[in-house]
Ligand binder design. Structure first.
Ligand SMILES: Nc1ncnc2c1ncn2[C@@H]1O[C@H](COP(=O)(O)OP(=O)(O)OP(=O)(O)O)[C@@H](O)[C@H]1O
Ligand SMILES: [Mg+2]
Length: 426
């Protein structure tokens, strides 16, 4: 249990490239003054800086150097640290477990287990903990789904003898981001994110998400591996973690940064104009070791999202990853269709061109050179994705067990008329 006062500092650990155990990278401090202004400070440890294989937490904002980094933006939480914090779902589970809602940012970091996305860990001891060797297994999925249901329904968790088990099972997966109920499980010696059913789902989300990942692959995108498992009366989609690699010595961990961090954007989307694929590709080209591959890939993802009406393509649904020292765009994940009423105009979450967020072919083409694509190549990419989405979505969905009824429910997501709507210029 946490002490009454929230801690104001913690150590930050990291798993270095090609290693499987944490080392201490530095110290993070978060204080709030009398006016409620939060200030975050981060300092790399001296012994960390002396390592010849030290890597920065974030190669842009937290370069390897002596001295204190300080920030008051993002409530004092550096983007790289925020990306390792639990998100809506994880926070809810932790609050439930701790029995209180007024937790500080460092509480959330300390209460989430070390299965978080990326290579960072947090603790109150200078010495990092031993790496975690035991994970929930897929066989426990039914119980995990049942616990997730309890949390969604806001029911009492079982107490007494079961409490420790509840903690072990429930807290697993809380540190992964996102809003859907989920847990991290091990299977076939790999780690997977299991995304559970939510009672408000409008269709079988697990099968639909899996089908969308396969459809994206069919369109030539780099995509996370996934499979569907049936858990009791429901399905769950398992997405293989691309930030972990199993080795004889344990799991190697890749560093991860979200597009929210790359865009230096804020959770409340205060500067909406900064949330843009066009700005994101500029940042991606700066950070990526393979901009010639990653920039056109981001273009294709933007087009794919427009063509399946994935309007939930917010900046936490894009990431860069460094399994070694080099950064690149992560595989695509969290691809979900939506069926807005409008068939004339649908807006993505990020700006995609001169006409803002409009999911329209001309808009997507308007800034294609920034994605390192000549206009003809960009046009061909759009045409080819459009053709594949139109001709394959139904077959893939049916093949992967999406029912006829659910196919009808999602049909209007694909290649909606507004994508090619003639734009009248005055
Ligand atoms: N295959 C993966 N490997 C590693 N990390 C991943 C993977 N898939 C997702 N993540 C990380 O986990 C987070 C949550 O996953 P995901 O976006 O699929 O969940 P979600 O609850 O559907 O999200 P949202 O709130 O956008 O609906 C992502 O933002 C990303 O940081
Ligand atoms: Mg997501």
């Amino acid at each position: 249990m946490i002490s009454k006062a929230s801690p104001t500092e913690c150590f930050v650990y990291i798993t270095l490239p090609d290693e499987t155990e944490f080392v201490t990278a530095g110290r993070f401090e978060l204080t709030t003054d009398r006016n409620g202004v939060a200030t975050g400070r981060f300092i790399y440890g001296k012994s960390y800086l002396e390592r010849n294989n030290a890597v920065p937490l974030d190669p842009i904002e937290l370069k390897l150097r002596k001295g204190t980094y300080q920030t008051t933006i993002l409530k004092g939480v550096f983007g790289a640290i925020r990306d390792a914090s639990p998100d809506y779902w994880g926070r809810r589970v932790i609050e439930k477990y701790v029995g209180k809602t007024e937790l500080g940012e460092i509480d959330y970091l300390l209460h989430s287990p070390d299965d978080r996305a990326g290579a960072l860990g947090f603790g109150l001891n200078r010495e990092p903990p031993a790496p975690r060797r035991k994970f929930n297994q897929t066989i426990e999925l039914e119980r995990l789904q049942a616990l997730a249901d309890l949390i969604i329904a806001d029911d009492e968790l079982p107490d007494g003898a079961e409490a420790a088990q509840v903690q072990g099972l429930t807290v697993a997966g809380t540190s992964m981001g996102g809003a859907r109920p989920k847990a991290v499980v091990e299977d076939d010696d790999a780690l997977w994110i299991a995304k559970f059913r939510h009672p408000e789902d409008k269709w079988n989300d697990a099968r639909v998400e899996h089908a969308m990942l396969l459809l994206a692959r069919e369109c030539g995108l780099q995509v996370a591996e996934s499979k569907v498992v049936t858990v009791g009366a429901h399905d769950a989609v398992l997405v293989k973690r691309f930030d972990r690699e199993n080795t004889k010595a344990g799991y190697r961990r890749g560093r991860m940064l979200s597009a929210l961090t790359l865009l230096r954007a804020d959770e409340n989307y205060q500067n909406r104009e900064t949330l843009s694929y066009v700005l994101l590709v500029e940042e991606l080209r700066r950070i990526s070791s393979q901009p010639g591959i990653d920039a056109p890939e981001l273009f294709r993802r933007m087009c794919f999202n427009a063509l399946i009406s994935n309007v939930d393509d917010h900046p936490r649904n894009h990431a860069v990853i460094a399994m070694s020292t080099d950064w690149k765009l992560s595989p695509a994940y969290d691809l979900t269709p939506s069926t807005p009423i409008s068939i004339e105009r649908r807006d993505l979450a990020l700006e995609c061109g001169d006409m803002g967020r409009y999911a329209h072919a001309e808009n997507l083409l308007s800034q294609s050179t920034r994605f390192l694509l000549e206009p003809d190549a960009a046009k061909n990419a759009i045409d080819s994705i459009e053709e594949t989405v139109k001709s394959k979505w139904y077959d893939i969905a049916r093949r992967e067990g999406v029912t006829e009824k659910d196919c009808k429910r999602i049909a209007s997501a694909f290649a909606y008329p507004g994508f090619r709507l003639e734009i009248l210029t005055q």
